[in-house]
Ligand binder design. Structure first.
Ligand code: ATP
Ligand code: MG
Ligand code: MG
Ligand code: MG
Length: 574
């Protein structure tokens, strides 16, 4: 690319609303321009880096076995009504009407659309697993759009969605995607960490975020200083007990695996949408439990967790004949632990809830609750409270013991650049996305979803790579890897000829090259300053004097100038 043909939009002044370094440098280098709050144009310079991030993400998604699709940004309200999110999503969802007064939203995410696609296209377990991804524009009407493209309203996300016939298969794909994410962020040259995460409004069970470590990050990440443990402190996450309490009920495991129709049955009983039920666990106090009330001993308690985290409306009376009303006595508490809400039964029988992989575990719990060994025994709130439970990290400070049991916590700031979830059947059950299983019966598909903030990654990379003069791009996502500044280009035939030859050779060798061919009205100082601001990793200066000795000046953006032979320069840079 020649500077004279390129829309150079570098600026000296930093716009007043740009408070973080990436926003400042993206504006000053001319990568982006603001249209309105949270809406940005990607200029030619910025778009080049964005496309490079996309290309790496696309390549790794394909290597991970995902197939690319492109779904509409505009989504019909009906799909969102099916899952209940039309009512739950809140102000971030931009709702619009067409000329026929039909309601739509501009997609903030695509679970509904892709689940609709899957239920129409997939009919047999033999077609599974299926992993579909897209790189596409999202809209979220963020309360406080800020930091440029880092928290924009319109932004580009890579979102992938996988469909499975079994939990094991989901686990496998989740691992593959976890590994693919690590490769992506490594290739992008970022200092990142995978951390345990909350599942937020997307719902589901197991989840990891990928964070780029930077002081400007909006999230606090707790790291153990003695293990790999890392978690977003906004979340409470199911972990092993901290060790204070005796390890009693190891039995607090899930008892069975029902199907979607059982969830439906429970939903009907409770008079709620099936998709509002994430998980239920049955526990039982027994007479072996010395603290149990006589009355309650032996009775089952069901704990519910709903996707929207509001459990208050679920009333005990809605379960006549299924569970003893005692379990839903008035002294029962609604507890919220790290964004997960649970109904905790009478004192002696209660246990904390924890989220498991899948939503669909209900009917067997109900049927099983009165069977021997079908549930937990001896669970006691006071004694067992730390059992397979939730570590509430929201108030931790550096130096607190790590919930993993090893070491103490260090707290660092992180920018969330990726997020992977095991969704279970939250969406597929609500939308009846089924396939025929081996026995010819309908089976609800199990899902995972996997996001990367492609446009946010570009900003996050700058947060980690800059100095006083501007951006310092990692080679992989530099808009141009090499910048050439010829001195006297318009007057010296020698310089011009050498420059043209080098420019062609470098391009043929596969580099993206920026040739600053502006005339003498633009001083070399300005050219150097622009190039540093734009962050090009390698700079080559050609001059008559150097060329006389067969030399050019080479400088890495973060290094010192040195004279190198023009001969063999292409090899050197390769
Ligand atoms: P955040 O916590 O920053 O609001 P999120 O958890 O709401 O992000 P997800 O629903 O997990 O976001 O979306 C997947 C990815 O999309 C995020 O990991 C992030 O990299 C990116 N992303 C989310 N919101 C924005 C935004 N407003 N601007 C740019 N990128 C975003
Ligand atoms: Mg968000
Ligand atoms: Mg988040
Ligand atoms: Mg997230």
């Amino acid at each position: 690319m020649r500077a004279t043909q390129f829309l150079i939009a570098t600026e000296k002044e930093t716009p007043a609303d740009a408070v973080v370094i990436s926003h400042q440098l993206m504006m000053r280098s001319g990568m982006i321009r603001k249209l309105a709050a949270g809406l940005y144009t990607w200029m030619p310079l910025g778009l080049r880096s964005l496309r490079k991030v996309e290309a790496i993400v696309r390549e790794e998604m394909e290597n991970a076995g995902a197939q690319e699709v492109l779904m509409p940004a505009v989504q019909p309200a009906e799909l969102w009504e099916e899952t209940g999110r039309w009512f739950q999503y809140g102000g971030e969802l931009l709702r619009v009407k067409d000329r026929h007064n039909r309601e739509f939203c501009i997609g903030p995410t695509h679970e509904e659309v892709v689940t609709d696609l899957a239920r129409n296209q997939l009919s047999s377990y033999k077609q599974l697993p299926m992993n579909l991804f897209q790189i596409q524009t999202k809209f979220r009407d963020e309360t406080r759009p800020r930091f440029g493209v880092m928290r924009a309203r319109e932004f580009i996300m890579k979102d992938a969605y996988s469909f499975h016939a079994s939990e094991e298969c989901l686990n496998k794909t989740y691992e593959i995607m976890h590994a693919a994410y690590s490769r992506i962020f490594t290739r992008l040259g970022l200092d990142f960490r995978p951390v345990l995460a909350d599942t937020g409004s997307i719902g589901g069970a197991l989840s990891h975020e990928f964070h780029v470590l930077a002081d400007s990050g909006e999230d606090d990440i707790a790291f153990s200083n003695e293990s790999d443990y890392a978690a977003n402190v906004e979340l409470a996450e199911a972990v092993a007990p901290a060790g204070e309490r005796p390890a009693a009920s190891q039995a607090m495991t899930q008892v069975s695996t029902p199907d979607a129709s059982s969830i439906d049955a429970l939903a009907t009983l409770l008079n709620v949408n099936a998709n509002q039920i994430l998980k239920a666990i049955v526990v039982r106090g027994t007479s072996e439990d010395e603290n149990a009330d006589e009355d309650t001993a032996g009775e089952p308690v069901v704990l519910f967790i709903r996707g929207d985290h509001e459990l208050n409306e679920i009333k005990a009376e809605k379960l006549p004949g299924v569970l003893s009303p005692l379990q839903f006595a008035s002294d029962a508490e609604i507890q919220t632990i790290g964004g997960v809400t649970g109904f905790v039964g009478p004192r002696n029988l209660s246990a904390r809830c924890y989220v498991d992989r899948s939503a669909a575990h209900l009917a067997d719990f109900i049927c099983g609750a009165n069977e021997k060994d079908a549930h937990l025994t001896g669970v006691n709130w006071d004694r067992d409270v730390e059992l397979p439970t939730v570590a509430d990290l929201r108030n931790v400070v550096a130096g607190d013991p790590s919930p993993c049991g090893k070491g103490v916590l260090d707290i660092k700031r992180g920018i969330e650049v990726g997020h992977i979830f095991q969704l279970g059947t939250k969406y597929s059950a609500a939308m009846k996305a089924t396939v025929l299983n081996e026995n010819g019966k309908d089976q609800t598909m199990i899902m995972g979803c996997y996001g990367i903030g492609v446009s946010r990654v570009v900003a996050a990379a700058i947060e980690q790579n800059y100095d006083d003069n501007g951006i310092i791009w990692p080679d992989a996502i530099a808009p141009f890897q090499i910048g050439i500044v010829p001195m006297n280009y318009h007057r010296s035939e020698v310089v011009q000829a050498a420059t043209e030859t080098l420019y062609t050779q470098l391009k043929e060798a596969g580099f993206d090259v920026y040739l600053d061919d502006r005339d003498k009205k633009t001083s070399p100082g300005v050219k150097f300053a622009d190039m540093e601001l734009m962050g090009l990793p390698h700079r080559i200066v050609l001059s008559d004097r150097g060329l006389e000795g067969g030399l050019v000046e080479y400088k890495h953006r973060a290094g010192e100038k040195e004279d190198v032979a023009l001969d063999g320069l292409v090899e050197l840079l390769r």
